[in-house]
Design a protein around this ligand. Structure first.
Ligand SMILES: [Zn+2]
Length: 707
């Protein structure tokens, strides 16, 4: 009933303005979503030429709404300020949802021009809202009011969230300081673009052309074919091109028998952005770091790392560093063991070498075969995309009581997209799940979850619409689509994000579903990966595409046994970058020489000589292509600590499908979105703070010694 009370207390009704209603007739992107399931996106009505006018009209509408809230003559209250903000901007959200879907999955032709023009304008639009001084005054008044204690916990959390977002954007500053922050942001945006373009240039300009069969030694047919096609595309028909990108370099380093060429390819790859030429990123990085340090000082923080972590679960750089170092030491110890295994094989083969960084992936494969007798190509016939999808549904049914029913006839971006209605155990509508499985031109590579509409109860009982997107190569009708084990894990991962959105049960959309801290958001997704390898899922859904027989127990056992294989390499390669990222952003405003800093930091922490950072500083796009993961690359490890510790809660109880633990996971984590502080949410679920030991065990590391 609290909801009804809130709605009836609502005074400023932000109904669609008459002008906009007229626009919506001409421009379908502006129209409310209609049809079943509380309305669905009208993908069949999207025309690229409508994006610009729709975004312009929607931004203008939201700015008018915000302005009206800011100018309200009545004293600020939760309802006339925060609730009003929650109710504003729905037109913009809908148009922006279409825009995001086109950016990530339909990015071809004239759309790219629209994107180039509109992206900076969307950024400026955001600044305009956060720099509205009158609006911030009202937000702060609600947050600081003694009446705040009379609000519900969720309302108090919302008040904090708005206040915190405004303050983080510099709303508290005096006008000259605000102007300085805006100028810094503008300069940073330019530097980020230059950084990205330099990296792209080095990835496309440096190509190694192989000319003879001898140079292809060891490469499997699929790698040779891809290299031949890449060469032909570049006018080198009859040769083989090894491109300077991760997807080309890693297979080459894994399979090439030619150690001289492995070294050459490796050196070129790790030198991206670091070639002392026109595309060198070392010239840009010091300025980015100095500007970030200055901005943090202006905003009242000692360093950029402190600024960025202030509203994350980790809270302080020290907390993040402590967890990283707890994992770092045992991971390095494991690397020394992995290298010893590889060196033993090299010695047996009389290779006469000492394992170097360009040997790691190559000898790693030899160890996998020798130690685990596991050929990943043996696993693939049991992994059919359709069956795996049913397996994900089944596990979600066991854990959350969900049922999935395919829906036909709803508009989709391509006919290949499938839509499922998600129902609760009692049959009520939970939401919709869109699945866009196949690669196509204009679709971003990789896999991800996208939320088309957040769950909320402010504008009625709004159910979420979420999507999963992958890049499988489409097969002919009637043929099974087989995926790799890694792809199957990714499928469950992205579905975990979708379940986080679908399980949301909150009032305010700002706090719904996956709108949580950056170092918490990968927790539900990484956790969901675990259910793939449960015997319950494998025996029912990992069935051979020809015989229909489930994966043999001995193959399941081999996969299980090889789980900790190469975890030393994976962890150290990643963590070295996360540590350097954090230290760069703790270093303050003094001039920083990126290469010297990286070298010194790695020496201090005892980086194994056989491994290089996954992203060296001059090519570290996560932290220099935008602010996103700056001082935040640690987030993946932070979430992994949570997911392994949470998985242990199931194992300590009745197993992966323990009803009581599943209910706590739902009630305390999956349903609450950002209405509860993440550290508290985890404590509510687990009865204690997360412990790192489960992760160390899962990766096969000896636990760190405590003294
Ligand atoms: Zn994820």
């Amino acid at each position: 009933m609290r909801l009804l009370a809130l709605l009836s207390a609502w005074t400023i009704v932000l109904a669609t303005s008459p002008a906009l209603a007229a626009d919506a007739v001409k421009n379908p992107l502006l129209a409310p979503w209609t049809g079943p399931y509380g309305g669905v996106p009208a993908f069949d009505k999207v025309r690229v030429e409508d994006f610009k006018p729709a975004l312009e009209a929607a931004m203008a509408e939201q700015l008018r709404e915000v302005d009206r809230i800011a100018r309200n003559r009545r004293p600020p209250t939760f309802d006339n300020t925060l609730l009003a903000l929650e109710r504003s901007g729905h037109t913009f959200e809908r148009v922006n949802a279409y825009f995001g879907i086109w950016q990530s999955t339909m990015n071809v032709g004239p759309f790219q021009t629209v994107e180039q023009e509109m992206t900076p304008r969307l950024a400026a639009f955001n600044d305009k809202i956060y720099q509205n001084a009158a609006l911030f005054k009202r937000v702060a008044a609600v947050y600081d009011s003694p009446d705040k204690k009379n609000l519900s916990p969720e309302q108090q959390r919302l008040a904090w969230k708005y206040y915190d977002d405004f303050v983080h954007a510099g709303a508290k500053l005096a006008p000259p300081e605000k102007a300085r922050v805006a100028a810094i942001n503008e300069r940073l945006a330019t530097l980020f673009t230059t950084f990205t373009q330099n990296l792209l240039a080095d990835e496309s300009d440096y190509v190694l052309y192989l000319k003879s069969d001898a140079e292809l030694a060891g490469l499997p047919g699929s790698v040779r074919d891809a290299a031949a096609a890449a060469a032909e595309e570049r006018g080198h028909k009859g040769e083989w091109a090894i491109l300077n990108t991760r997807s080309a370099v890693e297979p080459f380093l894994t399979y090439s028998d030619r150690r001289d060429l492995r070294e050459k390819v490796w050196r070129t790859f790790i030198s991206r952005g670091d070639n002392n030429d026109a595309h060198d990123n070392k010239k840009i990085i010091p300025e980015i770091l100095a500007l970030r340090a200055e901005r943090a000082k202006v905003l009242g923080y000692p360093t950029h790392a402190h600024y960025r972590l202030d509203d994350e679960m980790a809270k302080t750089p020290e907390n993040a560093m402590r967890v990283m170092m707890q994992v770092w030491k045992p991971a390095v110890a494991r690397v020394h063991e992995e290298v010893a295994d590889m060196q033993a094989i090299a010695d047996q083969e009389h290779a006469g070498i000492k394992i170097a960084p360009w040997d790691y992936r190559y000898y790693m494969e030899k160890v996998r075969k020798a130690k685990y007798d596991l050929d990943m190509n043996e696993v693939k016939p049991y992994l059919q995309l359709d069956k795996l999808r049913e397996g994900m549904f089944w596990a979600a049914g066991q854990l959350y009581g969900f049922q999935f029913v395919e829906v036909h006839g709803l508009p989709t971006v391509t006919p290949d997209v499938r839509v499922f209605e998600v129902k609760g155990a009692d049959g009520h509508r939970v939401g919709l799940w869109y699945f866009d499985p196949y690669a196509r031109t204009g679709k971003q590579s990789g896999a991800w979850m996208n939320e088309y509409r957040a769950q909320e109860r402010v504008a009625g009982d709004i159910t979420p619409i979420v999507s999963n997107n992958t890049n499988f190569v489409k097969v002919k009708p009637g043929e099974p689509l087989l995926v790799s084990w890694n792809d199957a894990v990714t499928l469950f991962h992205e579905f975990g994000h979708a379940l986080h959105g679908l399980n949301s049960n909150v009032t305010y959309p700002t706090l719904a579903g996956t709108n949580v801290a950056r170092d918490f958001v990968e927790f539900p997704s990484q956790l969901n990966e675990h259910w793939l390898s449960t015997p319950e899922v494998l025996s029912r859904f990992a069935v051979h595409y020809q015989t229909g027989k489930p994966m043999p127990a001995e193959l399941v056992a081999k996969i299980e046994k090889a789980k900790t294989f190469n975890q030393g390499f994976d962890t150290v390669e990643y963590l070295a970058g996360a540590i350097v990222d954090m230290k760069l952003h703790l270093a303050g405003a003094g001039p920083i020489d990126p290469d010297a800093f990286e070298k010194k930091t790695l020496a201090e922490i005892g980086m194994p000589a056989e491994i290089v950072m996954r992203h060296r500083t001059p090519q570290f796009a996560h932290i220099f292509a935008d602010d996103g993961y700056s001082a935040g690359y640690y987030s993946y490890l932070w979430s992994a600590v949570l997911d392994e510790d949470a998985w242990n809660a199931f194992e300590e109880a009745g197993g992966p499908y323990d009803k009581a633990v599943a209910k706590r996971l739902h009630d305390d984590i999956m349903a609450v979105g950002n209405t509860v502080d993440p550290a508290q949410a985890y404590r509510n679920f687990r009865g204690r703070d997360p412990q790192v030991e489960a992760l160390l065990r899962a990766r096969g590391f000896a636990p760190a010694k405590t003294n």
